[in-house]
Design a protein around this ligand. Structure first.
Ligand code: PLP
Length: 376
């Protein structure tokens, strides 16, 4: 048996997504061409844009297809600094590297850019009042708040609506990294008050290398990638038509699952959490004190000892896929920047279990059996 519990890193293609992509494999027309071949591809793209925009309560003209979350985030941060003359960025040390490295880059090329990092509680949460304190001392109309909707390693959910309201009150721009929350918790973009948001299809059973950038009409920036007039001049390069079709279908299936069985993933998470608490009491489940969690992620700290030293690898050998941090950091065999930023103790082994719509109770039970065997 095998159990794939690393869905926050990436998810398998949903069978319906695969079918939708296969059905358009022969649509090779360049969407910019005006002949019938091109028009057919163009229609597929615009259908996707309209459907996604409608689900999220925004205008189709505010959605721009990209290569994924990283590109969307880079576009927002670069554009905010270069085109909207932002000189202060409020962010957090536990953001995804797409945010942190972009912010570093902005500081390197624009020495007038000041960056303030939010201080977190040890559980990864922060009080939105901390954002207000920083906003009060930041220039109005020249500040970008870049704070994620949910943390990909810990599964901590931020109060994006409160942050968005503060950003508007203090005339700041707000980039909300929604890569881990889209199709995982129900919301519409206007509720968050964000000017910019990011989406990555492979986090919800869509294909890799495709996503979108949400940019509100009120906070336009210029493109990051220059060339042809694709995406209404906002993102040059011939569109990834098949990827966009896959994203559209994954979005549809994901949103439908949220409507029909919104508790599916939460039930799996709760079951695994309870099983770990019962059978492996020495492990600590990462639960923010305010109870606001992303249901797709269960982060667990195991005490460092001879059984857990190689825990991720031992689970892998038994067919259980988990992560020991984020995908990028785990490859580099170094402690994640998130745990460092929270001053997590050195003698823990962090394991992230993450779930998707295709995860089953059998997967979770198998992982529990393997964990008990290793830890027993
Ligand atoms: N932001 C968060 C919170 C993520 O988890 C990820 C992916 O791991 C990204 C951004 C980057 O998305 P992509 O893989 O589409 O570039």
């Amino acid at each position: 048996m095998q159990a794939y519990l690393d869905n926050a890193a990436t998810t398998p293609l949903h069978p319906e997504v695969k079918k939708a992509m296969q059905a358009v494999m022969d649509e090779f027309g360049n969407p910019s061409s005006i002949h019938a071949w091109g028009r057919r591809s163009r229609i597929l793209i615009e259908k996707a844009r309209t459907a996604i925009a409608e689900q999220l309560g925004v205008a189709p003209g505010e959605i721009f297809f990209t290569s994924g979350g990283t590109e969307a985030i880079n576009t927002a941060i670069y554009g905010a600094v270069v085109d909207r003359h932002v000189t202060t960025i409020i962010t957090s040390p536990i953001e995804h590297k797409a945010v942190l490295k972009s912010v570093n880059r902005m500081q390197a090329i624009r020495p007038n850019v000041t960056v303030h990092y939010i201080r977190h509680q040890s559980d990864g949460t922060f009080d939105p009042a901390a954002v207000e304190t920083l906003l009060k001392k930041s220039p109005r109309g020249r500040t970008l708040v870049a704070l994620m909707h949910a943390n990909n390693e810990l599964g901590v959910l931020n109060d994006a609506a409160a942050i968005g309201a503060l950003a508007r009150q203090y005339d700041a721009l707000y980039l909300c990294d929604t890569v881990q929350t889209l199709c995982h918790i129900p919301f519409q973009l206007p509720e968050l008050g964000a000017h910019y948001a990011a989406c990555s299809a492979h986090k919800f059973h869509g294909p890799k290398g495709v996503g979108f950038f949400y940019m509100s009409h009120a906070a336009k920036v210029k493109p990051l990638i220059w060339g042809g007039a694709q995406e209404r001049g906002m993102r040059a390069g011939t569109e990834n038509v098949m990827g966009i079709v896959g994203l559209h279908k994954a979005f549809e299936v994901g949103m439908e699952a949220l409507r029909t069985d919104p508790e599916h993933i939460l039930r799996l998470r709760t079951h695994l959490r309870d099983q770990i608490r019962t059978h492996i009491p020495e492990a600590t489940v990462w639960e923010p004190r305010n109870g606001k969690i992303l249901p797709t992620v269960l982060s667990v700290a195991f005490p460092l000892n001879e059984k857990t030293e190689m825990l991720q690898m031992r689970l892998d050998m038994e067919g259980v896929a988990v992560s020991a941090g984020s995908a990028c950091t785990s490859g580099a065999a170094q402690r994640s920047h998130v745990l460092d930023a929270l001053d997590a103790p050195a003698d823990i082994v962090p394991i992230r279990f993450s779930f998707g719509n295709l995860t089953t109770l059998d997967d979770v039970n198998y992982a529990v059996a393997v964990l008990r065997k290793i830890m027993g």
